[in-house]
Ligand binder design. Sequence first.
Ligand SMILES: N=c1c2ncn([C@@H]3O[C@H](COP(=O)(O)OP(=O)(O)OP(=O)(O)O)[C@@H](O)[C@H]3O)c2ncn1[C@@H]1O[C@H](COP(=O)(O)O)[C@@H](O)[C@H]1O
Length: 108
Amino acid sequence: MSDILQELAVILQERKQADPNSSYVAQLHHKGLNKILEKVGEEATEAILAAKDAESLGSQNEVIAETADLWFHSLVMLSHLDISHQDVLNELARRMGISGLDEKASRS
Ligand SMILES: N=c1c2ncn([C@@H]3O[C@H](COP(=O)(O)OP(=O)(O)OP(=O)(O)O)[C@@H](O)[C@H]3O)c2ncn1[C@@H]1O[C@H](COP(=O)(O)O)[C@@H](O)[C@H]1O
């Protein structure tokens, strides 16, 4: 999976200098962070709705497609802020083996 993320990250980075008329990602970067965040929010909502439908109707394809949209737009957000997806993977790796319940209890 991280090979695809790496491949996509390179493309998203290149699109920062691309002509907005020739590329959807270049358009998002050109429109700025607020537009990118709007898309992340929209895709999160669509993923939630697809998941609700999947629970009642048993359809998984829409959940997969909408989650891909959500992940994709989240990667554009990270790229726009010059944050590497690898930093997110590293954070998930750091959390490996740490129970969410234990972590929550240690906060106060
Ligand atoms: N993975 C994706 C990807 N997933 C989703 N999308 C686009 O995300 C857009 C958002 O979906 P919506 O249903 O919300 O579309 P919409 O209603 O037209 O969007 P708005 O007008 O409301 O903003 C659609 O245009 C999808 O085609 C993607 N566009 C690009 N990529 C990757 O990014 C690369 C670079 O893309 P370009 O910059 O367009 O060359 C591609 O080669 C792909 O690998």
